[in-house]
Design a protein around this ligand. Structure first.
Ligand SMILES: Cc1cc2nc3c(=O)[nH]c(=O)nc-3n(C[C@H](O)[C@H](O)[C@H](O)COP(=O)(O)OP(=O)(O)OC[C@H]3O[C@@H](n4cnc5c(N)ncnc54)[C@H](O)[C@@H]3O)c2cc1C
Length: 410
């Protein structure tokens, strides 16, 4: 919350401007994203023409995402992301992938860094730009403390030199700005890590293997190789003074300091939960409409309790996931800490809901649900990512387990 701002009371009344924004995003999702979804899933390529259309109307823009992020009720981002991912998750991730890099810089960076680099992660119509957040490595997925990418400071040139290989980076190698988590003091594990901005065109950064995936195939995922990448001192997110102070406290035996990657994931969890809610809702709607019109034994299949009850459970769990998501987003906007791991609760419930609901949707569509003629098989493949990235479901349970027991659950 910024100075002088009055905290918004918790309310389930979606503010008028958020409602208008939702309808506007929904229209784009319905008219542009959805019709393109199957094609880009098959092509397994970045849907540049869709990004261009989104940029033209101001949807793919720093201004749009920043406005929603700072929207006072906290509902701007979850409402927008639910609609985008209702359209399609693969294209949705292509449209929002830059946000994780933007969150990494805005949650830890200085005002100068935010002002300089965030616009370069989005660009504008005719000049699209991307950001990529690179934390994971082949040997460091859930175990962020195992990151081996090293950043070494050269006092003489005021430069950081980075070496390592990042795995699974959304927009990795094709982004204009890469935001990279590296170890600066390996003896301190994850607390000895820092985040670096790699400016466009920096020598030594290249794309490694592009990943062929089960779902969200319109989103680009790849390895990023850092081979003697040199960046100026001002590219250390948060600045050297803050890092030195943190390392000094650690050297004195204090527990000071945040895990750089963790802080980013913490802030983005309700946002990822909202993506999952969007996919679940999309699959539910297809299944509901199908159950009403498909007849077997001389009546709509939805007349069978077995099907109607499945739809009832789907609807109830989507509602529950959305409410948990909105609670976490509201708390985050009010600057409250997730003392009860509310961010993880939202991500866990929404991710698991999306997988279950999309699977139930396939069941309701029968054989048609299993084919590429209907969208629910794609939605099911897409939904699975929400139990894996930004902290797997097991990792969310670990965080929630720690919060509820106060024990060092591992
Ligand atoms: C499409 C896609 C996009 C991605 N985008 C990005 C990105 O932009 N930036 C980025 O940095 N990363 C990204 N990732 C990486 C993602 O965050 C990791 O895949 C995720 O954190 C899991 O790590 P892992 O794959 O190494 O699995 P592992 O950590 O090897 O886990 C394997 C299994 O063991 C379980 N497990 C691990 N530790 C424990 C434990 N302590 N207790 C119980 N169970 C445990 C896990 O839950 C999982 O089931 C992306 C991944 C994918 C697939």
């Amino acid at each position: 919350m910024t100075d002088g701002e009055v905290p918004a009371p918790f309310s389930l009344d979606v503010p008028d401007d958020v409602r208008r924004m939702r309808d506007w995003v929904h229209q784009f999702a319905r008219d542009v994203i959805r019709p393109a979804a199957a094609e880009w899933d098959e092509r397994e390529e970045m849907p540049w023409p869709v990004l261009e259309e989104a940029a033209k109307i101001g949807l793919y823009s720093l201004d749009f995402f920043a406005t929603q992020w700072f929207e006072p009720s906290g509902l701007g981002t979850p409402v927008a992301f639910e609609e985008i991912f209702w359209g399609d998750a693969g294209i949705g991730l292509a449209l929002t992938g830059s946000c994780l890099a933007a969150i990494a810089v805005s949650s830890n960076g200085t005002a100068e860094q935010i002002g300089e680099w965030l616009p370069q992660m989005f660009g504008g119509p005719g000049d699209l730009r991307l950001g990529a957040f690179c934390s994971s490595e082949a040997g460091a997925g859930s175990d962020v403390g195992a990151i081996r990418t090293r950043a070494v400071y050269s006092e003489a040139t005021d430069e950081w030199v980075l070496n390592g290989t990042k795995a699974w980076a959304t927009n990795g190698g094709i982004a204009d700005v890469h935001v990279v988590v590296a170890s600066v003091a390996p003896e301190h594990g994850s607390r000895g890590q820092a985040t670096f901005i790699i400016p466009p065109g920096t020598r030594g950064l290249s794309q490694g293997q592009k990943v062929r995936k089960h779902g969200v195939r319109a989103s680009h995922t790849a390895e990023v190789i850092l081979d003697d990448v040199r960046v100026p001192g001002r590219c250390l997110v948060g600045g050297k003074e803050r890092l030195d102070a943190r390392l000094a406290r650690l050297a004195e035996g204090g527990r000071a300091g945040e895990q750089a990657a963790m802080k980013t994931f913490e802030a983005s969890r309700p946002t990822v939960a909202a993506m999952a809610v969007g996919v679940a809702r999309a699959a539910f709607e297809v299944a509901r409409d199908y159950a009403v019109q498909r007849e077997q034994f001389g009546r709509p299949v939805g007349r069978n309790q077995a099907i109607a009850f499945m739809l009832a459970d789907m609807q109830a769990s989507i509602d529950a996931a959305r409410l948990l998501t909105w609670r976490a987003a509201w708390m985050a906007r009010q600057g409250r800490t997730f003392a009860g791991a509310e961010g993880s609760v939202s991500k866990l419930v929404a991710g698991e809901t999306a997988v279950r609901v999309t699977e139930q949707a396939i069941q309701i569509l029968g054989g048609n649900g299993y084919t590429r003629e209907y969208p629910v098989e794609r939605m099911h493949r897409d939904a699975k990512i929400f139990t894996i990235f930004e902290g797997t479901s097991e990792i969310q349970r670990m965080i929630i387990g720690r919060a509820v027991t106060g024990l060092e659950v591992r």
